[in-house]
Structures are given as structure tokens and as C-alpha cells.
Design a protein around this ligand. Structure first.
Ligand SMILES: Nc1nc2c(ncn2[C@@H]2O[C@H](COP(=O)(O)OP(=O)(O)O)[C@@H](O)[C@H]2O)c(=O)[nH]1
Ligand SMILES: [Mg+2]
Length: 367
């Protein structure tokens, strides 16, 4: 899972990156330097892993992880400008979801590229850049399709693609992101290679001033953003202060928790974003346990046991025999795997079994 942090320059992308990864990349300097983007790893918080680790006392405890890339700022007009966005476009094609940071904090010492703080405008400005990027790809492809159709090669396939791209172009010209469209499985396959940016799920982060938590203004703004972002278009809006969170990420865990509570912030930015991301992408975790290792693995929801096995190792998928499964809660209730077996809550499942969030699984395989 890779999250790409996007936004206009100076909106707090690098500050958020540092908050998420506990890193200390230079704020503000990257946009100008043209260096490689910051890349980091976030450990997915999961109390079940912590508890299982206490019970099994394994040699290794491994949480699931999410990769984060702090992408170059995308100023207004940059897609039309071409050259300035090559670096951005190259890196953004790797990501599974976007974290779109929108500046809502005021700070005289931090210049705003558009001269004033206006979150709704900025949200639309960046979205426009993404739409223009997709539109550019579509226009180019349509020209080629036109040429191919004139030659009469693979007519049916090319016509089908053209029809889809016409529909996409119309939506974009109507200022609708592609993720708002319903796309058939066939179309999905046809266009996968283009990696359209407005097809990616988006978490919109309202980056507010550290003193603005819970204020009427913040609530109103969040309400407005929630209206603009909807589940149907695979977009969620959250609010945080990247600057505070960045400082917090440098503190010992307990201290950070107290500090956040003092400020009236329930969960850290890292937890908030990871949770929102799992929810938005329909991700779940299953667990493996033992004396050697307690570990969490990430899966898309609705995944059969056979594919889950493949997430651990292709050999386990290839030689799959059965999965021994017990839910986390049932395990805690039974006190042990043996206890679960006696109660019948630990059971054998086959290849087709749909893995549930929190399942503790032991795969039986033979290669
Ligand atoms: N006051 C305040 N300043 C912030 C906040 N987030 C970022 N900044 C400041 O804004 C400047 C630009 O932040 P940076 O993360 O480098 O922005 P980027 O260009 O989007 O990566 C830095 O000086 C940050 O310290 C915030 O929530 N509050
Ligand atoms: Mg930056």
C-alpha cells in the first residue's frame, strides 16, 4: 500500500509526512530543491498485534506497514506548463491512494502560492491539475486510436476504448473526477495501464492552525469539505494540524498522547490517516501467531483464504491444503489456540473461505 501526499506548495505536505513517519525531512526546502521525494514507512497501529505479542512473546513482532511518498508540490497551472510536473507525474503513478493536503492555517511567515488562504479554492485548484493531467493522457490516446481506426486495425477493441475515453473526457470537461463515474470491469481492464490520477481514492486533509481545533470556523469548514467529498466518489475529509503532529511525532509515545489529549485531539494524525485509509480502500488485517513471530498482514476485503496465503508466500498459496482460523475475539475468549480448538471456535477452512478482519490464521500447506 502506497499513499502519495499531494497538494499545492507550502500547504504542509512535508510536515504531514514527518508526522506520519516520525521523520524529520526539511520542511519547505524540497519544493525548491528538486531532490528525490521523501519516502517513508508508517507502522499500522493495531492493538491486536500488541496483545498477541504479549501472549506469545515471539522473537519478532511485525505490524502491517503503509508506504508514504511526499510528492513535489503541484502549483496551479503546472500541468499546462508541462516540464515542471514530470517529476511529480513519474512518482505519482506508483501510488494506491492520494492524501491531498489543503492549507487552512494562516501564518504570515509562510507565503501562499495564490496569495491568500482559501481551502475550497485550493481543493479545486489541485483537483483541476489532476483532471488536466488525465485529460492530457486521454487526448493523446484518442489521437492514436483515431489513427488506428483509420487504418482499420483491431476495430472492435479500439472502438470500445474510444467510447470509454469519450465518456471520460466528457466527465473531466464537466469538472468531474473519473472516480465519480461507474466503470465496468471490462473498462477497468482496458484503462488500467493509464493510471489516471482522478481515479485514485483520496483522503483530503484540512491542515488547520494549531489553535483552531474544535472552533466554529473549523467545524463549518469540515462540514463544507465533507459535503464536497463523498463516499460514493471514494473521498474522505479529515482535519488535523500537521505542524503540531510533526512535533508530537518526535515525543515519546505516552507524552505525545497526553499532549494530544490536552489539545483536545483524540487520535494522532498517523492513526487517523491509517484508519481512514483502511476504511476508504476497504482493507482488513489478518494475523499470524507463534513463538517466532506475531504479525499483521494487510488484505483487500472479500479476499479468499487462498489469496491471503499468497500474501505471505507464493509457496503457501501453491501448496495450500487448509487454513486453521480463529477470530481475534474468540481467541482472547478461549485463552489459547488449544482452548479455541476445544470450544470449536478454531476451525478448518478451505481455499474459498473469505478472510475476516482480525482472523488469526495458520495455513497448512505442502510443497
Ligand atoms: N502554523 C502552521 N504552519 C504550518 C502547518 N503546517 C505546515 N506549516 C508550515 O508551513 C511551511 C511549509 O510547510 P511544508 O510542510 O514544508 O509544506 P509543503 O511545501 O507542502 O511540503 C513550513 O514552514 C511549516 O512549518 C500548520 O499546521 N500550522
Ligand atoms: Mg515539502
Amino acid at each position: 500500500m502506497i499513499l502519495g501526499i499531494v497538494g499545492l506548495p507550502n500547504c504542509g505536505k512535508t510536515a504531514l509526512f514527518n508526522a506520519l513517519t516520525g521523520g524529520s525531512a526539511d520542511v519547505a526546502s524540497y519544493a525548491q530543491s528538486g531532490a528525490e521525494p521523501n519516502v517513508g514507512t508508517v507502522k499500522v497501529p493495531d492493538f491486536r498485534v500488541d496483545r498477541l505479542s504479549e501472549i506469545f512473546k515471539p522473537k519478532k513482532t511485525i505490524h502491517a506497514t503503509v508506504e508514504v511518498i511526499d510528492l513535489p508540490g503541484l502549483p496551479r497551472g503546472s500541468v499546462a506548463d508541462g516540464a515542471r510536473v514530470t517529476d511529480f507525474l513519474k512518482r505519482v503513478r506508483e501510488v494506491d491512494a492520494l492524501v491531498h493536503v489543503v492549507r487552512a492555517f494562516t501564518d504570515e511567515s509562510v507565503p501562499h502560492p495564490s496569495g491568500s488562504v482559501d481551502p475550497v479554492r485550493d481543493l479545486q485548484d489541485l483537483e483541476t491539475e489532476l483532471m488536466l493531467s488525465d485529460l492530457g493522457i486521454i487526448e493523446k490516446r484518442l489521437e492514436r486510436l483515431d489513427a488506428a481506426l483509420k487504418k482499420g486495425v483491431e476495430r472492435a477493441r479500439h472502438e470500445a476504448e474510444q467510447k470509454t475515453l469519450f465518456r471520460f473526457r466528457e466527465a473531466l470537461e464537466d469538472e468531474q473526477p473519473l472516480r465519480a463515474l461507474s466503470i465496468s470491469a471490462d473498462e477497468e481492464k482496458m484503462i488500467r495501464g493509464y493510471r489516471f490520477l482522478t481515479l485514485l481514492p483520496v483522503i483530503v486533509v484540512l491542515n488547520i492552525h494549531e489553535g483552531a481545533f474544535g472552533s466554529a470556523e473549523t467545524e463549518a469548514l469540515l462540514g463544507k469539505f465533507r459535503e464536497l467529498c463523498s463516499v460514493a466518489t471514494r473521498t474522505r475529509a479529515v482535519v488535523l494540524s500537521a505542524k503540531i503532529e510533526m512535533e508530537m511525532a518526535q515525543l515519546p509515545r505516552e507524552e505525545a498522547k497526553l499532549f494530544l489529549e490536552d489539545l483536545g485531539i483524540g487520535v494522532s494524525a498517523m492513526e487517523l490517516l491509517v484508519r481512514t485509509c483502511y476504511d476508504l480502500l476497504g482493507l482488513i488485517a489478518f494475523l499470524t501467531v507463534g513463538e517466532d513471530e506475531v504479525r499483521a498482514w494487510t488484505l483487500r476485503g472479500e479476499t479468499p483464504a487462498l489469496r491471503a496465503a499468497g500474501v505471505i508466500h507464493s509457496d503457501i498459496e501453491r501448496g495450500f491444503i487448509k487454513a486453521e482460523v480463529i477470530g481475534y475475539d474468540a481467541f482472547i475468549e478461549a485463552g489459547s489456540l488449544t482452548g479455541g480448538r476445544e470450544k470449536g471456535t478454531l476451525r478448518l477452512e478451505g481455499k474459498e473461505y473469505t478472510v475476516a478482519d482480525g482472523d488469526i490464521i495458520n495455513f497448512k500447506f505442502n510443497v
